[in-house]
Design a protein around this ligand. Structure first.
Ligand code: SF4
Ligand code: MG
Length: 321
């Protein structure tokens, strides 16, 4: 559970000065055991910074993260190491994230160097073979190097490596966006099957809405460092309440099985560019691009409000759809 996460970075503005980039601004987020939370938004909206905070690779300026009630930023030594095992990461680029000098087997076994008690030395070879088979590779693949595999196979190695520590949460940052379309579904199915089998939760970060719709139980939509809408995936996708979500959905390719378009899912073309995160608009950050904006949107930051009859479906908008 994350509450009020805020993170700014100092960025150079000119030779003489610097400014602050507002990457996260008061983000609340809940990930439940065994579920997939889709984290959606355009590049630069803060998704990756949020992931890095959840993985404790980045300390927030304000706000808290709790896993089972424990703030990992307060942990030290053995308890910190034990916590790190529980939350793992699958990276976007399976070409860059695997060391080409190591074999698949060595790559999968490497996390055990820092967690030597997890799998006894004598059982590691067998466990590597098991993990390879769990992600749809062959036991014999352990001896091959990353460059001998296709992109989809490399991402399977990345997943096996993340699984090596029996995590409870895996943060997947654009895990299929570097892959060919035909391979994406296979890798997504591997993730889905592993979730059913192991009960692992995913924070699934993507700008690709059809992909998120395919995998997510719940979604959170981010815009300029804030979560603007969140809720059960089907509800958010079929009845978006925040104008930004509606615009994203209207621009996304629709699955052939989707319901016929109603008024709400007409194509919406936004005007303007995403404002700079070094100088975000007052009030609602979406107001410079929103066709519904009124004075109140500039004056007051909209609070998260539940949809009528759907208390889990929240939108931060003064004039929700
Ligand atoms: Fe648009 Fe106002 Fe809602 Fe922001 S608060 S999304 S500007 S209507
Ligand atoms: Mg990113």
């Amino acid at each position: 559970e994350a509450h009020g996460l805020t993170k700014t970075f100092r960025v150079p503005r000119s030779a003489s000065g610097s400014t602050r980039l507002h990457a996260l601004d008061g983000v609340d987020l809940t990930v439940r055991r065994g579920e997939t939370l889709g984290l959606v938004g355009e590049s630069g909206c803060g998704k990756s910074t949020l992931a890095r905070v959840l993985l404790m690779l980045e300390r927030p300026d304000a706000g808290t993260v709790r896993y089972d009630g424990v703030d990992p930023f307060t942990l030290r030594g053995k308890s910190l190491l034990a916590w790190r095992r529980r939350v793992q990461m699958v990276f976007q680029d399976p070409f860059a994230s695997l060391n080409p000098r190591m074999t698949a087997g060595e790559l999968i076994a490497e996390p055990w160097l820092s967690h030597p008690d997890l799998v006894p030395r004598s059982g590691r070879e067998r466990r590597v073979r098991e993990l390879l088979e769990m992600v749809g590779l062959r036991a014999g693949d352990a001896r091959r190097h990353p460059q001998e595999f296709s992109g989809g196979q490399r991402q399977r190695i990345g997943i096996a490596r993340a699984l090596a520590l029996n995590p409870e949460v895996i943060v997947c940052d654009e895990p299929v966006s570097a892959l060919d379309l035909s391979v994406q579904a296979q890798v997504l199915n591997v993730l889905t099957e592993l979730q059913t089998e192991l009960g692992v939760a995913y924070v699934f970060i993507s700008h690709d809405l059809p992909v998120v719709r395919h995998v997510a139980d719940r979604v959170a939509v981010m815009y300029l460092g804030r979560v603007v809408e969140s809720g059960p995936a089907e509800e958010v996708f079929t009845a978006p309440r925040h104008p930004y979500t509606a615009s994203l959905l209207s621009a996304a390719p629709r699955p052939p099985t989707a319901a016929p378009q109603d008024g709400r899912s007409r194509r919406i073309v936004l005007f303007g560019e995403v404002p700079s995160p070094t100088d975000p608009p007052s009030g609602c950050r979406f107001r410079t691009r929103c066709w519904k904006a009124e004075q109140v949107c500039a004056d007051t930051v909209p609070a998260d409000e539940p949809a009528p009859g759907a208390p889990q479906h929240l939108a931060a908008c003064h004039l929700p759809l």
